[in-house]
Design a protein around this ligand. Structure first.
Ligand SMILES: *Cc1c(COP(=O)(O)O)cnc(C)c1O
Length: 226
């Protein structure tokens, strides 16, 4: 373990861990970060890591397969359907947070026979008004998406994901609104479909707000490394 960043990492990890509740978990977003940095956090007991590009995720997961056998990979970035097969080759792929359309979900399910084990699916909601963000916006589409999951499939419906609005004058209020919109749907869908959906929300800027809104999975990159 490199002493350069180990002390810094110990401090950051213990700070975030002290803020987590029994129902909330940390994903360290390791995009653009080195194998050594990921291993340092792994050696401190961290198991959940997120990446947003399939190519980078596949390369890192293969390099780390032997050294970090208990690692759990989370795909969190927008996924193009021509990358699905590559994504499904990722060893220890644990969850996909960025299933942002019915069309993409159907393509994932069509390819699922390549998978060696179960993979959890979060449906991504577009709760912000920002143009470049992806995600489900209509309840009817979500109902159809939920209808695609069948018992015995490798892909399991697990939760809902969103990103808070960031470029706004009133960023705290907007982020809170995004998280509350997700919570409302989480509650309604869980009730209507008899599910126990989890939530994935909160990044470096807004994770404390997300934890106040009972986020089950926070995804932190910048603040864990810089
Ligand atoms: C990069 C990224 C994060 C982490 O963002 P930070 O601001 O670096 O904490 C979380 N979620 C998604 C979807 C991301 O792409």
């Amino acid at each position: 373990m490199s002493p350069d960043f180990t002390n810094k990492f110990i401090e950051r990890l213990s700070r975030v861990r002290s803020q987590l509740t029994a129902e909330s978990h940390l994903i360290i977003v390791s995009k653009t970060r080195s194998i050594d940095e990921i291993m340092a956090y792994y050696e401190l007991g961290q198991r959940d890591f997120g990446e947003n590009k399939v190519q980078e995720l596949l390369e890192k997961s293969q390099l780390l397969q032997a050294r970090c056998p208990e690692i759990r990979w989370h795909m969190i970035g927008h996924l193009q359907s021509n990358k699905i097969k590559q994504l499904f080759l990722v060893p220890n792929l644990w969850a996909i947070h960025s299933v942002d359309s019915l069309e993409l979900l159907k393509k994932l399910i069509q390819s699922e026979s390549i998978l060696k084990g179960p993979v959890k699916i979060f449906l991504q909601l577009k709760t912000s008004h920002e143009e470049e963000k992806y995600g489900f916006q209509e309840r009817a589409q979500l109902d159809l998406a939920i209808g695609e999951f069948k018992k015995g499939q490798s892909l399991e419906l697990y939760g809902l994901m969103t990103m808070g609005e960031i470029r706004t004058e009133n960023f705290e209020e907007q982020a809170r609104r995004c998280f509350q919109d997700l919570n409302k749907l989480k509650k309604d869908l869980s009730k209507d479909f008899n599910l126990n959906l989890m939530s994935s929300m909160g990044m470096s800027q807004d994770y404390e707000l997300a934890l106040k809104e009972n986020s089950n999975w926070i995804r932190l990159g910048t603040m864990m490394f810089e």
